[in-house]
Design a protein around this ligand. Structure first.
Ligand SMILES: [Fe+2]
Length: 202
């Protein structure tokens, strides 16, 4: 499984391109599941089912989520700790999926089930200088070290993984509805060490 990496001030974002395309059964299941617009300011519709990847029809897709998350844990975080999928849901949007992050989520995995042409923007409020001193600097140009935003292009079949607390916004650049499936992963089992006075079981 090959992936591309980028970052925003050191927070790693990885993308698997065209990793998995849904068959008609899987796509119809996502179309026909029930959605809600949970908050007035939200611009997307979210599935009522918040464990959607537990459904039998999505078992192959669920395995892909775990394969991608395992790569992120082994290659990027590089730890032996175990991670569990805590929630999974589908989202539909026609234009913009409002800016948000994922609380109680260490790794967020988002899969583009149907996205003819879309973008995902990541935002951080402080860069390497403004994190310590909130200077209002006169920037000549932006790069991966100083930019407050970074945008990646995404399409059907792609997976993108990033830290759950990272603020992001989705954009649908086509006239066709964008459908994504996302999942939160959280650490599980033994964390820390008794000798470090840090041992926990989650
Ligand atoms: Fe999200």
């Amino acid at each position: 499984m090959e992936y591309k990496t980028t970052q925003i001030f050191g927070l790693p974002i990885i993308k698997f391109e065209s990793e998995y395309l849904l068959n008609d059964d899987e796509l119809n299941f996502l179309y026909n599941t029930d959605y809600e617009k949970s908050k007035p300011q939200n611009s997307a519709y979210i599935s009522i089912n918040k464990d959607i990847l537990v459904e039998n029809k999505l078992s192959n897709l669920k395995q892909k989520f775990f394969d991608c998350a395992t790569k992120y844990v082994q290659d990027i975080i590089c730890v032996n700790n175990q991670f569990a999928m805590t929630h999974s849901w589908a989202a539909k949007s026609n234009k913009e999926h409002h800016q948000h992050n994922h609380k109680n989520s260490i790794i967020n995995v988002v899969y583009y089930a149907q996205a003819e042409k879309a973008q995902l923007k990541f935002t951080r409020l402080k860069n390497l200088i403004t994190e310590a001193y909130d200077f209002d600097l006169d920037y000549q140009s932006y790069n991966i070290f100083n930019a407050f935003e970074t945008m990646i292009s995404v399409k059907s079949g792609d997976f993108v993984l990033f830290p759950g607390h990272l603020i992001h916004t989705g954009y649908n650049l086509s006239d066709k509805e964008k459908i994504t499936v996302a999942a939160n992963f959280f650490i599980k089992g033994q964390v820390g060490f008794e000798n470090n006075v840090s041992g926990l079981v989650i």
